[in-house]
Design a protein around this ligand. Structure first.
Ligand SMILES: Cc1ncc(COP(=O)(O)O)c(C=O)c1O
Length: 371
């Protein structure tokens, strides 16, 4: 037997698509870079978490639960989310990370010839899922680091099905304030789906930051994405969700994989929501302290940087980002290189506890001096 004729089997849009290779596990990287410890500042995780109720839950998790399939549609968690946000449980779909719900939404609304609109420098998964599904992704350049509402509206045509707005944006941390959002929603009209990706919602403490969960009452074409990976520190559990009007969610349900969220993740997410107030406050304090520390360092070094909302900042380097990456790795610090995300020679750094931030500052300063 020989390989099938892959050229003939594989659609052109898949042949064109470059796979994304995630980072190797810590044990491999530590060996490669000859370090004993590795601090991951590349994925915007929360090193404080998860909340205490999750610790208790995980410790008491029984192996007897494992042979049984999880709740197929996250019944109990959806009840809890409905209560928290004063909505109906059927307005929520929970996925294996919010990455999975991105895919469900694109599959539900788009077919060949359709397009989606988003920014050129934002969370790349909207673009990737569209492209490997054979759907055109129209990427609108950021304007002063932020999504450009006017240009997004101008890019719409009759085949535009979904507009993705990352609010606040990863990686620039910029957000549309309530007035900008209201104006955009009114001008976009109700003929398309507007996704508001609020993965970093809980990190934003600004009076003019709009809440998609409330906006969808006047704009039933909104779908909000939230995740337990960032603030709630459940990244390893892989759990995120969408919320929308019942009619819209009923459509997305058709393309949404059931049973993809494991039992422990469902229970941990429910526990994380129980008493999240003090935990969120403590995390915001950590992030704000780390942000000040890094901004002072970049100011001292005379480097351009972007530090807005969210638990990350970006800095522009006087050297290739891959070179800085390697230099930091040999000092036990991992950051995100940004050339692949259309920010050539920038890195993005997650904001974490003070001792680790101080290690980053020292390693970064040494790495710059060496060059
Ligand atoms: C803006 C944004 N949306 C969605 C996600 C996906 O999160 P997850 O699949 O872990 O829920 C991320 C992760 O980095 C993100 O930055």
């Amino acid at each position: 037997m020989s390989l099938p004729a892959l050229d003939r089997l594989v659609p052109a849009h898949i042949q064109r698509f470059e796979p994304y290779y995630p980072s190797k596990p810590d044990h491999v990287l530590k060996r490669m870079y000859h370090v004993d410890t590795l601090h991951r500042l590349n994925n915007n995780e929360n090193p404080l978490g998860p909340p205490a109720a999750v610790h208790r839950l995980v410790e008491s998790f029984s192996p007897e639960t494992v042979p049984v399939y999880p709740n197929g549609d996250c019944f109990d968690l959806r009840l809890q989310l409905a209560q928290k946000f004063s909505k109906d449980p059927d307005q929520f779909l929970v996925g294996n990370g919010s990455c999975e719900v991105i895919s469900s939404v694109i599959k539900a609304f788009c077919e060949e010839g359709d397009n989606i609109i988003t920014a050129d420098k934002t969370f790349a998964v909207y673009e990737w899922v569209a492209e490997f599904s054979g759907i055109e992704a129209r990427l609108i350049p950021l304007r002063e680091g932020a999504f450009d509402p006017q240009a997004m509206l101008e890019a719409m045509d009759e085949r535009t099905k979904i507009l993705f707005v990352c609010n606040p944006n990863n990686p620039t941390g910029t957000y549309w304030d309530a007035d900008t959002m209201k104006d955009f929603l009114e001008r976009a009209g109700d003929g398309r789906i507007i996704v508001l990706d609020e993965a970093y919602f809980e990190y934003v403490d600004k009076a003019d930051y709009p809440n998609g969960m409330e906006l969808m009452r006047q704009h039933p074409n909104i779908i909000v994405f939230r995740t337990f990976s960032k603030m709630y520190a459940l990244a390893a559990a892989r759990i995120g969700y969408l919320c929308g009007s019942p009619e819209v969610v009923n459509i997305v349900r058709r393309t949404h994989i059931v049973y993809s969220v494991n039992t422990l993740a469902q229970m941990a997410a429910a526990a994380a929501l129980e008493d999240d107030g003090p935990f969120i406050q403590a995390t915001r304090r950590m992030v704000s302290e780390a942000k000040s520390l890094l901004c002072s360092l970049f100011d001292e070094l005379g480097l351009e940087y972007v530090a807005n909302e969210g638990n990350y900042v970006m800095v522009r380097l006087p050297m290739p980002d891959t070179l800085m990456y390697r230099k930091l790795m040999t000092r036990g610090i991992m950051v995100r290189t940004m050339t692949g995300f259309r920010f050539p020679n920038w890195i993005r750094v997650s904001l974490v506890e003070r001792p680790v931030m101080e290690m980053f500052c020292q390693a970064f300063t040494e790495a710059l001096r060496e060059s």
